[in-house]
Write a protein that binds this ligand. Structure first.
Ligand code: C2O
Ligand code: CU
Length: 491
């Protein structure tokens, strides 16, 4: 990983007002609601340069593919202690605009990475400085927030692990990034989106990988506890993650965190179908107790008839003093909504018809009223909407009014209803919300930043509103780019 390179030394931040206003020029705050910059002293600086590289995704003897990565490291992983003040100097080495979005991190709105709404698009060759407080421990990731079907589809994403010194000590730990690729036999990319996919379940990739390989051979000591951080970094695919340890004595798999946040450990076997259903952008942490007799454990996606076994954990060594488990993570420390006083809102996910796409605009006195959505960041067609409104696509490029206006610090209970025939992983920027109930009764109460809402399902979530303009969208990237996105204004 590259550090430094920003042209700003750490010393320059220590109290020097001039240096801070210099930075403010580099990282312009969004118009309108700009707040006085709180003093931010980075404790860690990284440079993240987006660019091309070659990867052999089809197999070792097959042609390579020209993919995208930060600093030439596929799924680059940043591991930082809780409390880090992260300065990320983004350099756009692509031939189109891009930005960095730290998915799931609670942060000042101006560093959220949504072009137009929170910052200008970073043009090719351009830079942007992000200042991100890492206060919540867990498994997160970062990705661009422009032409996501293209950029994320071609691999542009990194992993951010915020470590908590209070976590129990595991006997092994592995990070697994699941992502499919849309590749032709010569290694080149197929079209990332087809109308039939974009308007339905999405356009799937046929080359399935974990950390860029067809499968992983991992190890953990017999009788020990392995922590698996599993990220669905695919643009499209919903996965049913399960673990198989046969009848071996001692084998057990617990879900211990969702989207980075601890939950009361639940045995995978006690969940419906013995799996955790995970849409694009969702993450889980599992505690796998390895069989005492040294037999292996297999991890798989059980959603398709064709099970995708993406990793095998083989015993290597043996723990001296086996711990029963589960090894629970410390309770999540997040602002919890007051449900008695919470404002109630409801949003319905819908299939859009052309007539339903209204040509709305913000009131003329809104500072963002004249903002145009950059043409690189929207799709050409509208297939989806939220609450009868669609994020503008094609030539219809003015920013729509917010889906809701909320009050900073107030509690909200929001029902997300899915009236379509397809599942949608719905993500709210800048917050962790509590998933309270599902009308299908399939979800334990847990914290998350993205929740999968099944066809016909209504899911209730609650959160304490944080100030800023935050997008709320489906993380099936084609759905987001063809209308399933809106935003909340919180003041
Ligand atoms: Cu991964 Cu708009 O987010
Ligand atoms: Cu969707």
């Amino acid at each position: 990983m590259n550090t430094g390179g920003a042209g700003f030394s750490r010393r320059a931040f220590l109290g020097a007002g001039a240096a801070i206003s210099g930075l403010a020029l580099l990282a312009p705050t969004r118009t309108g609601m700009a707040r006085a910059a709180a003093p931010f002293e980075p404790t860690r600086t990284v440079r993240l340069a987006a660019g091309h590289m070659e990867m052999k995704l089809l197999g070792p003897d097959k042609p390579a593919s020209r993919v995208l990565a930060y600093d030439g490291i596929p799924f680059q992983t940043l591991r930082l202690p809780r409390g880090t003040r992260l300065q990320a100097d983004f350099v756009n080495g692509l031939d189109e605009g891009s930005t960095l979005h730290f998915h799931g991190i609670r942060m000042p709105n101006e560093f959220d990475g949504v072009p137009t709404l929170t910052q200008p698009l970073v043009q090719p060759g351009g830079r942007f400085v992000y200042r991100i407080p890492l206060d919540d421990p867990g498994t997160f990731f970062f990705h661009p927030h422009c032409d996501e079907t293209g950029q994320v589809g071609e691999g542009l994403a990194g992993v951010l692990i915020v470590e908590d010194p209070r976590d129990p000590a595991f006997d092994a730990e592995h990070v697994l990034c699941l992502k499919d690729w849309r590749l032709a036999e010569d290694g080149s990319f197929l079209a990332m989106s087809e109308p039939d996919g974009a308007s339905k379940a999405g356009t799937f990739g046929a080359t399935r990988t974990v950390n860029g390989a067809a499968s992983l051979a991992l190890t953990a000591p017999a009788g020990g506890h392995a922590r698996l951080r599993i990220l669905n970094l695919d643009s499209t695919r919903v996965m049913d993650i399960g673990a198989e340890g046969g009848k071996a004595a001692g084998f057990e798999a617990w879900l211990i965190a969702v989207d980075g946040h601890a939950l009361k450990p639940v045995r995978l076997d006690d969940l419906p179908d013995g799996i955790w259903r995970m849409g694009p952008a969702q993450r889980i942490d599992l505690d796998i107790r390895m069989p005492a007799d040294g037999s292996p454990v297999t991890l798989g996606d059980y959603r398709a008839a064709d099970i995708y076994a993406f990793a095998t954990l083989t015993a290597e060594g043996r723990v001296q003093k086996p711990r029963k488990g589960p090894l629970a993570l410390p309770r999540a420390e997040l602002p919890r909504a007051d449900l008695k006083k919470a404002g109630r809102l409801s949003f319905t996910l819908q299939q859009a018809t052309d007539q339903a796409v209204k040509d709305l605009a913000l009131p003329a006195d809104d500072p963002l009223a004249k903002a145009l959505i950059d043409s690189l960041c929207v799709g050409s067609t509208t297939y989806w909407g939220i609450q009868s409104e669609s994020w503008p696509t094609g030539a219809n490029r003015s920013l729509p009014p917010p889906l809701a206006r909320m009050e900073e610090g107030a509690s909200y209970a929001v029902t997300i209803k899915n009236e379509t025939r397809f599942p949608h992983p719905v993500h709210l920027h800048g917050h962790a919300f509590e998933v309270l109930t599902s009308s299908l009764g399939r979800l334990p109460r847990h914290w998350a930043d993205t929740v999968l809402v099944q066809p016909g399902e209504a899911v209730d979530v609650a959160f304490v509103a944080a100030p800023g303009d935050w997008v709320f969208h489906c993380h099936i990237l084609e759905h987001m780019e063809t209308g399933m996105m809106g935003w909340f204004r919180i003041v």
